[in-house]
Design a protein around this ligand. Sequence first.
Ligand code: NAI
Length: 335
Amino acid sequence: MKTVTLIKGDGIGPEISDAVIKIINASGAVIDWDIQTAGADVIEEEGTPLPDRVIESVKRNKAALKSPVTTPIGKGFRSVNVQLRKELDLYANLRPCYNLPNVKTRYDKVDIVVVRENTEDLYAGIERQVDEDTAESIKRITRGASERIAKFAFDYAVNNNRKEVCVVTKANICKLSDGLFLESARKIASIYPQIKFREILVDNCCMQLVQNPNQFDVLLLPNLYGDIVSDLCAGLVGGLGIAQGANIGEDYAVFEPVHGSAPDIAGKDTANPTAILMSAIEMLNYIGEVEAAKKIKLALFETLNAGIKTADLGGNARCSEFTEAIIKRLNVLVK
Ligand code: NAI
């Protein structure tokens, strides 16, 4: 039996993680969940939204499934997500975006993988108040981190039968920082002649994505552009309710949906658990539960094909009904 850390988060976090636990239980995979709390709810008791016990748990188990955690705006604590990625050196943020069956979107056959650098750029947290009316944030880009993420993107392309890696920057304006990211990508690209290499500026990339997304394959971006562009890509294939993600390092991986804690719909049983379920499928593949992962994906696709969908996808199934529909199909597949 494998032990996996589960961070249930807050907002819609607990309801969607409960849905996933039920589905995985029905898939034949046997997982011992090491449940950890984090976020605003634990600050009062433990003095921090990310206690050491959470980090220790992921280090022990190597893999985690994480639900969204609310980040209070303008308060003193750093985002749990940013901190977790930093503490565990989860340098690669991987967000595959492709059309799901029976989820109607503007474009068909979108199949883009966003590879986002996860540890530096404006997320390094180097900010200062210069005076009452002026604040500064430092955009930090290093050669080491840039080459490491470029290598990750090219290795991903090779291992997943992808044809092209496109690096996205604003190197015409941020000449030094984005310039270094671009230079690093060019250097790594030269080691992978079998993969096509393309360069694009981030503003043009956004326009091209909404006009003709099928031209893109693997996108490689620094942290901030990666954050924004990956949400754009999620929108192309059906929105945040289905967008999966993974944070991967040399030793550990944390799988989580792209979306946040959605306080506007928390506790209403209307959240779509697909994004966290798709993230959990990748987690199962990561820990070697490949058969269970396949079956869950099939059951999810059959459920969507049967027209059972949550409100964000234009359906009327509640989160619990959608979950039960997947389990019903899994019960047949697992027999
Ligand atoms: P959000 O992603 O929580 O919500 C944006 C919109 O999408 C809302 O209308 C919400 O109802 C909808 N939505 C999100 N997930 C959905 C789902 N599974 N099913 C159906 N509808 C869904 O973004 P927002 O409102 O900007 O952030 C809320 C909180 O979440 C903030 O505190 C933010 O810092 C935090 N957050 C946490 C993340 C994480 O833990 N990885 C990632 C992004 C935001």
